[in-house]
Design a protein around this ligand. Structure first.
Ligand code: HEM
Length: 436
């Protein structure tokens, strides 16, 4: 592995650590505002946490793609300059963003709350990443495996959605509040579809490698998965614009597409499990476990999404912590699991026995169980708040939140478990990286 790529992997893991630490702090700042408001108010901790989470996902996905593409696509060695520019500028831009957050210099929009001028280096970075991915390819393999289609589509659409996400900088888009809000949420929704393409492609790639069965990336089901994922990328924004006046069918179509994508994904993962015998499982046990965990979380989130889409339930749960459970259930349960499986595969952590393996096992167990408690507590908090607001019709926010806050305290305690569990895994991966 080149020193640049090593640096990039370290940075990805560091971002995950920052996400965990600031997530825990934000949760406690929410349940105990009087203790935190002076030095670490929630409004400052939240952007730190959420931006770090988004950058962890994008950095983790692109790190894997940069590594795997060398194995899959023929490449031109001279073009590595683009990769180096991307890595250095990406790291510096993100550090500049955190620097701004530290001094409470905000700007931008939801999830990207830094001064918008910093979007310019991020855009240049992505163009450099695209150059390093697409330009060196002389003769793509035939037939092109689905994971290559997925990576390529995700990378290209990330560029489009990032530009769309920044359109509000042009005054015309800000002239109408509804116009700006619609485009903003549409872009955020489609961007999730773009990074999912990169991450699901990565998941398919490691499934192929662990099972040793390349036909998984050429099967009819994998084509279907790609096209539904692509449709989801185009349409899933429909259920992210709930705060904008829009026709109900738009939301329903996008819900159906998103859920179908998950159903096909579950089916592919089941096929994968059938193809992996005990020997292959043992060779890549860490990555295998993360893939299986992501399957569990796809199912759990599918159930939650079904629940949220029932209008009678949505009436109560809308805008409560159920939405937060959905966001973190997917970004931790699905995206982070796949990315940790992918990094584990690249670092070949299964080669290690003793200390490192024990730490990974411990971290995995603590992380999974805590995540279940964390996720369920957020859902219960959401249901309770919805019930007290819409059914009991309590007008005063403080009274509504009294019992809800006790449940959020349970979530905050479980969040510490999530942070410890994943923290141990990050620590082990760092150790392995230092050994290489
Ligand atoms: C890999 C780890 C994590 C990822 C990827 C992640 C991701 C996210 C995302 C995407 C959001 C935005 C949700 C929304 O807008 O609805 C969020 C919010 C939040 N997360 Fe996390 N998270 C992680 C771990 C944690 C942990 C360990 C905690 C600790 C309890 C935590 C606490 C919070 C809090 C308090 C919020 C703000 C919720 C609100 O605005 O009401 N997160 N996280």
């Amino acid at each position: 592995m080149s020193p640049f790529l090593k640096l990039y992997f370290r940075f990805a893991l560091l971002l995950l650590l920052v996400t965990l630490v600031f997530g825990v702090l934000a949760a406690w700042a929410f349940v105990m505002p009087e203790l935190f408001s002076r030095y670490f108010p929630f409004y400052q901790l939240r952007p730190f946490h959420v931006s770090a989470a988004i950058f962890w996902i994008i950095t983790g996905a692109s790190a894997g793609i940069l590594y795997y593409k060398r194995e899959v696509l023929s490449h031109h060695p001279l073009k590595t300059k683009y990769k180096q520019v991307f890595i250095i500028l990406w790291i510096l831009s993100i550090l500049a963003i955190f620097f701004c957050y530290s001094f409470r210099i905000f700007g931008g929009r939801e999830y990207w709350e830094f001064p918008s001028v910093l979007s310019i280096p991020l855009l240049i970075c992505w163009l450099a990443f695209m150059a390093s991915y697409f330009l060196p390819v002389r003769s793509p393999i035939h037939p092109i495996p689905q994971y290559v289609w997925m990576w390529s589509t995700g990378i290209f659409f990330f560029l489009l959605t990032f530009i769309e996400q920044n359109l509000w900088n042009i005054p015309w888009f800000r002239e109408s509040y509804v116009r700006e809000l619609t485009i903003q949420w549409k872009a955020n929704g489609a961007m999730v579809g773009a990074w999912n393409q990169m991450i699901y492609g990565t998941s398919l790639y490691i499934m192929v490698k662990i099972s040793g069965d390349e036909s998984m990336a050429h099967s009819r089901k994998s084509y279907m998965f790609y096209f539904i994922g692509f449709a989801n990328l185009m349409l899933n924004w429909g259920h992210h614009i709930y705060n904008v006046p829009s026709a109900g069918w738009v939301r329903n179509v996008s819900y159906i597409v998103s859920m179908t994508e998950w159903v096909v994904f579950i089916s592919i993962m089941r096929d994968f499990r059938k193809r992996v015998d005990e020997y292959k499982k043992a060779l890549n046990f860490v990555s295998y476990r993360f893939v299986v965990a992501s399957e569990f979380w796809v199912m759990a989130n599918l159930l939650l999404a079904l629940l949220m889409s029932i209008p009678a339930v949505n009436r109560y749960t809308h805008g409560t912590h159920i939405t937060v459970a959905h966001a973190m259930g997917t970004t931790i349960g699905i995206n982070t699991m796949i990315l940790l499986g992918s990094l584990g595969y690249i670092l070949n952590v299964d080669k290690y026995t003793g200390g490192v393996r024990n730490l990974i096992n411990k971290g995995y167990n603590i992380g999974q169980y805590s995540l279940v408690v964390f996720w369920v507590a957020l859902i219960v908090a959401g249901l309770l708040k919805g019930y007290r607001t819409a059914v009991l019709d309590i007008p005063d926010f403080q009274t509504i939140m009294q019992p809800v806050n006790s449940i959020l305290t349970v979530a905050a305690v479980a969040g510490i478990g999530v942070a410890i569990g994943f923290g141990l895994i990050v620590f082990s991966y760092f150790k392995v990286l230092n050994d290489r």
